[in-house]
Design a protein around this ligand. Structure first.
Ligand code: XIL
Length: 450
């Protein structure tokens, strides 16, 4: 990441500057800065969480993870295959790192996950076990892992994905070896190892009222009747743009009515690539719908997104051709979905939304360099600070900026106001400029304000 100092520069204006006709791109509806999502969520006593990858928790990724979220879920680091790749030989490094990061940033941790059919170590899945041995393995694993983080985790996804789509039990190592009681056994072991952690069963395609969520409902009711420890259900919410079930709030409510907590644990909303503004607008509406359903039910503890940036999402690998499923794009620019989350958490009430625009233009251009200008103008709205971003499409590089503080990382540029020009009054505008280098072509990028 290069930092470019603010300040007027007359350097590098080569002779023979050619004035070009104004090349303009105006950003659509603009958004001024909201408070971080976690502040909005805290004010509503809700969780806004994200899955994270431990090795990425530095730089911009770490800054956003720490600033915007009040809860972290390790995306993979606590899975059995990660922590015990070889029998009896443990690797806690990434899990420890995430828990330490969370504590340093005043965040909760959601443990994920103890008992699952997937991402288990080869020695476990390839072994031949009697039910007594399986039972011992399960108890020991839970005692060790839950015990290691005792008192430090808010919740555990104890059992993950136990159901088929039709509501029958998934045939897994655990179900086949121990019967349905593997679920009660796992919950009981987890409670013994950390009485303070909230214990969940977590699954996907259980967001709306359907056969699978009804099977989950019947399971948790029977566990409660038997006195098995169960505190909540996790609705993963790996959704598709335009396909949020209409019964999400009703479904959350029926679990809440059992005296259970409900958490949206893995929200992402994927689309066929490439993304375009119509899909991103629909995605924002979909994020808002899920958020609103949780905000509306007191016992819905909150929402965790399964990765906050499109550069750290499992979707493109798992669903070829699909992606753009998270609230930030690959360059860490917040998408419309981010603003929808903020608004659902009560942000945006006093901020101007529509009414300010950012316009990028190339002023002059010569053999290797050019001068660019960005104008931020408001009408019917005003800003007290501003930030714009764009991604260069042809390898352009900013060399110097004035009247703004700009950073460029790869192709991604972010510029924010200088100390003296954050205010854009209603009916007024602020302009800043920069010099850049180019070769081949110098296309005008799409600029976003907010
Ligand atoms: C995914 C991870 O995000 C990927 O990195 C990994 O390759 C596969 O698993 N349901 C879950 C999560 O409960 O653990 C999964 O996470 C996504 C689906």
């Amino acid at each position: 990441m290069r930092s470019l100092r603010t300040g007027l520069s007359l350097a590098s204006l080569a002779t023979g500057v050619a004035m070009l006709g104004a090349l303009l791109f105006t950003a659509p509806a603009a958004h001024a800065a909201d408070p971080p999502l976690r502040d909005l969520a805290d004010a509503k006593s809700k969780v806004i969480g994200t899955a994270v990858t431990g090795s990425k928790l530095t730089g911009t990724y770490g800054e956003i993870a720490g600033r915007e979220f009040n809860s972290l879920t390790p995306g993979n680091a606590m899975k059995w295959g990660s922590v015990e790749p070889t029998r009896g030989s443990f690797n806690w490094a990434e899990a420890d790192q995430i828990v330490d990061f969370a504590e340093a940033h005043g965040q909760q941790v959601r443990g994920h996950t103890l008992v699952w059919h997937s991402q288990n170590p080869g020695w476990l899945t390839n072994g031949t076990w009697t039910s007594a041995q399986l039972s011992q393995l399960l108890n020991d694993h839970i005692a060790l892992e839950v015990g290691r983080y005792k008192g430090r985790l808010a919740a555990w996804d104890v059992v993950n994905e136990p159901f088929n789509e039709d509501g029958t039990y998934r045939q897994t190592l655990w179900y086949n070896g121990l019967g349905v009681d593997y679920i009660a056994q796992a919950l009981t072991a987890a409670r013994a190892a950390d009485p303070a952690a909230r214990l969940y069963i977590n699954d996907y395609n259980v967001e709306g009222v359907n056969a699978k969520s009804t099977a989950l409902y019947n399971l948790v009711r029977s566990l409660q009747e038997r006195g098995v420890p169960i505190d909540g259900v996790g609705l993963q919410a790996h959704l598709i743009v335009g396909q949020v079930p209409s019964s999400v709030q009703q479904n959350i409510q029926r679990f809440a009515d059992l005296g259970l907590d409900v958490a949206i644990t893995e929200l992402d909303i994927r689309m066929q690539l490439p993304a375009d503004s119509a899909k991103l607008t629909q995605q924002a509406a979909d994020y808002r719908a899920v958020m609103n359903a949780c905000v509306a039910v007191a016992r819905c503890t909150g929402v965790t997104v399964w990765g906050f940036t499109d550069s750290d999402s499992w979707i493109p690998d798992t669903f070829p051709g699909q992606g753009a499923a998270t609230p930030y794009d690959e360059n860490y620019a917040p998408k419309p979905a981010y603003h929808a989350i903020a608004e659902s958490l009560g942000g945006g009430g006093s901020r101007p939304t529509d009414g300010c625009t950012a316009t990028y233009s190339v002023g002059s251009q010569w053999n290797t360099g050019f001068t660019g200008q960005v104008r931020i103008a408001c009408s019917g709205a005003a800003l007290s600070s501003w930030k714009v971003g764009w991604t260069f499409g042809a390898g352009q590089q900013i060399t110097q900026a004035w009247n703004a503080s700009c950073t460029q990382s790869g192709a991604a540029v972010t510029c924010s106001n200088a100390s003296y020009n954050g205010t854009v009054p209603d009916g007024g505008s602020v302009t800043f400029g920069f010099n850049g280098s180019w070769s081949g072509s110098n296309p005008v990028p799409t600029i976003t304000l907010g």
